[in-house]
Design a protein around this ligand. Structure first.
Ligand SMILES: Cc1cc2nc3c(=O)[nH]c(=O)nc-3n(C[C@H](O)[C@H](O)[C@H](O)COP(=O)(O)OP(=O)(O)OC[C@H]3O[C@@H](n4cnc5c(N)ncnc54)[C@H](O)[C@@H]3O)c2cc1C
Length: 298
């Protein structure tokens, strides 16, 4: 219903929708940004907002998929963690994002149980996270443990776990399950065009600073990037695809509305009475962007 209303409102404001065609290429032509679509057609504009999201690897367990949003959550635990005070939470996954989620949840939950299929965290998680997890008395790591089922009518009530060494299956009460078994940002088509982090998420604003070579050599503006603005001036990243975003519907929509404010600012600064002019000289460093301004997305 919300998406339908947003669609209607966008149409009302004159937005055009292109369905069933993926964007396959992005390039600059002077002050224009050119997006190529899968059928070879091109869209030219002065600014672009990238909101291509993330492909989450799914559990594929029907009874748990049914409870998504009702105790089962995909992605980081940022938003839900506070509501888990005094409860037990489970995290499935063994990568860095699972480790970070477990540490974050442990600040609020009574106990956090990490479910790990393999016999060690070392293969998939950074040493510093493994250390922090081991010294945190609230976190329990269950190695050789596979999540095979779930119980719950309206909300998650329990998880069914299989001990891979003994083959014994147990059902354990659970208030919340966070699934962090892999996420692929949809940015392959932007490789070498826009600065991405090591996992492929789009860097923006101050997050660009450590990674801005070599793509940031194209940065030619007097000012540093705006919140959400990527290494290509006038191109913004919002929602799940943005490095450091919260990975929730409300935050993605909120980032969109904030980014549009800066799109207007960008358009205003590039407009002249005679039309659109190419941006002026390079100069500002990315570090000079105020942390407060950039953190409005955080
Ligand atoms: C199973 C599941 C359950 C979730 N439950 C909740 C929940 O209960 N509450 C909550 O707040 N959040 C939930 N989330 C997270 C939420 O779905 C995301 O945070 C949110 O959808 C992010 O919005 P977005 O616009 O950034 O990306 P998306 O919603 O992923 O939208 C990206 C869009 O871009 C399109 N696209 C991608 N690449 C291209 C391309 N090259 N060209 C053209 N189009 C492209 C995609 O087809 C898609 O339509 C859940 C996520 C999953 C996977």
């Amino acid at each position: 219903d919300l998406a339908q209303r947003a669609h209607q409102q966008a149409l009302h404001f004159g937005a055009h929708f292109v369905h069933t065609l993926a964007a396959t290429e992005l390039r600059t032509e002077g002050s224009m940004r050119v997006v190529t679509l899968a059928n070879g057609s091109e869209i030219r504009s002065r600014a672009v907002v990238l909101a291509t999201g993330v492909d989450y690897r799914r559990l594929g367990i029907a009874e748990l998929e049914r409870l998504v949003g009702a105790g089962v959550f995909y992605g980081a635990a940022t938003a839900e963690a506070r509501a888990l005070a005094g409860e037990d939470a489970f995290v499935v996954g063994a990568g860095n994002s699972a480790g970070q989620a477990a540490l974050h949840l442990a600040r609020y939950a009574a106990k956090v149980v990490m479910l790990v299929r393999g016999d060690s965290l070392a293969e998939s998680m950074s040493d510093y996270l493994i250390h922090q997890i081991h010294v945190n008395s609230k976190i329990q790591v269950r190695l050789d443990t596979e999540l095979v089922g779930g119980v719950g009518t309206h909300r998650l009530e329990a998880l069914v776990l299989n001990d891979r060494l003994s083959s014994v299956t147990t059902t354990e009460p659970a208030s919340a399950l966070f699934v962090l078994i892999g996420a692929e940002p949809r940015t392959a088509w932007l490789q070498g065009v826009i600065c991405r982090d090591e996992n492929g998420f789009l860097l923006s604003c101050r997050d660009l600073a450590p990674a801005y070579e070599p793509l940031m050599s194209e940065w030619v503006l007097r000012r540093p990037p705006y919140p959400g603005e990527t290494s290509m001036p006038g191109v913004f990243a919002i929602g799940d695809v943005r490095h450091g975003s919260v990975k929730r519907v409300a935050s993605a929509a909120g980032e969109g509305s904030i980014a549009i404010r800066f799109v207007h600012q960008y358009l205003a600064e590039t407009e002249t009475k005679d039309g659109v002019e190419q941006h002026p000289v390079r100069g500002a460093t990315i570090e000079s962007q105020s942390p407060e301004l950039c953190s409005i997305f955080a």
